[in-house]
Design a protein around this ligand. Structure first.
Ligand code: AMP
Ligand code: ZN
Length: 493
């Protein structure tokens, strides 16, 4: 029997601004689409937070026994520098600055993205399609929208006609905006604009002579508008209506609003049942962003090579830190908060590691089933990981009280306690039970220096037995000490 039959999951749906009971379109099956990265630079920790929120959601839905198809795309074309369909393509610009082929840029940062996500223990999505791999599908959708009269062509570009769409449908329903207000608050279009209205957005852009990333189309050589790829790929792999669409809050408008408009214009149906939006990671109280330089890269945190934090933090600790906040709340990154998370992480994983050693008794003195259900209740309440973690620490408290002889547990309940903790910590939160080799190996030079100092002290005291022992034992570990005029140095073989 699947767990989801016993658990009532509620999710906060941005479309209705309400927490709703989650009921997939097809019982037992879920289709989930999450907007992926634009691969023109290294992912910063803010990007990782959004993807991690959906990794946790994916993990919990799997844990509940759903068969889930999770599609997360790679944006490798069409994302312009600003939302007004102006400016250079972000990837083409990077390629120009670095004198690379655009696809070299795409490859480099896709590899970086996968590498970082792997270190954070992400589960891979079921499908990871690319925008450039779906140009044909995007062209077909444009043709369809043109046929239905919701788009117009101008000088080799095609624009979505928002005003026409809004006559029979509702543009702005996700972000709670009204088209009339948007029109009232925007400046007149400049004379060169091809758009009928400033709210119209590009489905296809004519490529200038210099534009490398270009494809043939019925309207001439060009490239797709950014919003279109997600409609094309989600429809192709999940159907015209699917269960969950996710992304960062900053994508609600215009990106997701435009996705809804395109899909409704093309397919005549509302594409998504539940829209889920993850909130931002901030640094110094401001949104972490590539463009402002207010960001930190995961690699800089793992190695400790940064000017923001006092030490290196392992991916598992950073993941634990992220999970301590609800995915819809803003989270500020700080050294103190990370240090506190590190302590909590060790307390939790140490307790799990020592459950085996606790002695069992004839009876259990606390209500373990009620505790377990409290863990589920937290996750069922729109994936409330901070409350879940508070409950997991109650489990830790029980373990410690049993060790002190103040509570008792049966063999059977001990297994249940261990299974519940490891299900939630490792499978659902995705926290790995290991301090990364990087974090500990970073300390190696300091540890060897300490041993060199102790050896010098021993030599100063003419305790040659100890000083030789330190040198020989280190050599046995492949660490050679070399005494020179400047003092002792070491090398690792
Ligand atoms: P991009 O590569 O710019 O398309 O962004 C990839 C994802 O990262 C999107 O879902 C954004 O919403 C998300 N994102 C960008 N900045 C932040 C941030 N500071 N905190 C959380 N998510 C972010
Ligand atoms: Zn998208």
């Amino acid at each position: 029997m699947q767990l989801y039959k016993d658990q009532t999951l509620k999710v906060y749906n941005s479309l209705t601004s309400k927490k709703e009971i989650f009921k997939p379109i097809n019982e037992g099956h879920i289709g989930m689409y999450v907007c992926g990265p634009t691969v023109y630079s290294n992912v910063h920790l803010g990007n990782c937070r959004t993807f991690m929120s959906f990794d946790m959601i994916f993990r919990y839905l799997k844990h509940l026994g759903y068969k889930i198809r999770y599609v997360r795309n790679i944006t490798d074309a069409g994302h312009l520098e600003n939302d007004a369909d102006e400016g250079e393509d972000k990837i083409a610009k990077k390629a120009r600055l670095e004198e690379l082929e655009p696809m070299e840029v795409v490859q480099r940062y896709t590899v970086d993205f996968h590498n970082i996500l792997q270190q954070f223990n992400f589960l891979p999505p079921s499908i990871e399609p690319t925008a450039t791999g779906h140009i044909i599908e995007q062209i077909e959708i444009i043709k369809n929208i043109l046929d239905k009269g919701y788009a117009y062509e101008k000088n080799g570009s095609v624009y979505f006609d928002v005003e026409k769409f809004n006559q029979t449908k509702e543009y702005g329903k996700l972000s709670g905006r009204k088209l009339e207000d948007m029109i009232a608050n925007t400046r007149e279009l400049n004379a060169q604009s091809e758009k009928k209205n400033p709210q119209d957005f590009a489905l296809w852009k004519k490529a200038s002579k210099k534009h490398i990333m270009r494809w043939p189309s019925p309207w001439g050589d060009g490239f797709p508008g950014w919003h279109l790829e997600c409609t094309a790929m989600s429809t192709k792999y999940l159907g015209k209506s699917f269960d969950i669409h996710g992304g960062g809050m900053d994508l609600k408008f215009p990106h997701h609003e435009c996705e809804i408009a395109q899909a409704e214009a093309c397919n005549g149906t509302s594409p998504v049942k539940y829209w889920l939006h993850a909130n931002m990671l901030t640094l110094n109280g401001k949104k972490m962003a590539k463009s402002t330089g207010n960001n930190i890269l995961p690699g800089e945190m793992f190695s400790g090579e940064n000017t923001i934090l006092s030490k290196a933090f392992s991916p598992a600790v950073i993941r634990f830190f992220m999970m301590q906040a609800h995915y819809t709340s803003i989270l500020d990154l700080s050294n103190d908060a990370l240090l506190a998370s590190e302590k909590g992480y060790h307390k939790l994983t140490d307790a799990i590691a020592t459950i085996e050693n606790i002695t069992t008794a004839a009876a259990t003195s606390f209500d373990i089933l009620a505790w377990k259900q409290k863990c589920y209740d937290a996750m069922n309440d729109d994936f409330n990981t901070p409350i879940l973690i508070a409950n997991l620490f109650e489990g830790v408290k029980y373990i410690n009280l049993i060790k002190e002889g103040k509570e008792t547990i049966t063999e059977e309940d001990k297994a249940l306690l261990k299974e519940t903790l490891s299900n939630f910590v490792f499978d659902v939160l995705g926290i790995e039970n290991n301090v990364t080799s990087k974090e500990s190996s970073n300390k190696l030079p300091e540890v060897v220096d300490l041993l060199i100092q102790l050896r010098n002290d021993a030599r100063g005291n003419k305790d040659f037995a100890t000083s030789d022992k330190i040198r020989d034992e280190l050599a046995a570990l492949g660490i050679q000490l070399k005494d020179g005029k400047e003092g002792t140095t070491f090398s690792i073989s």
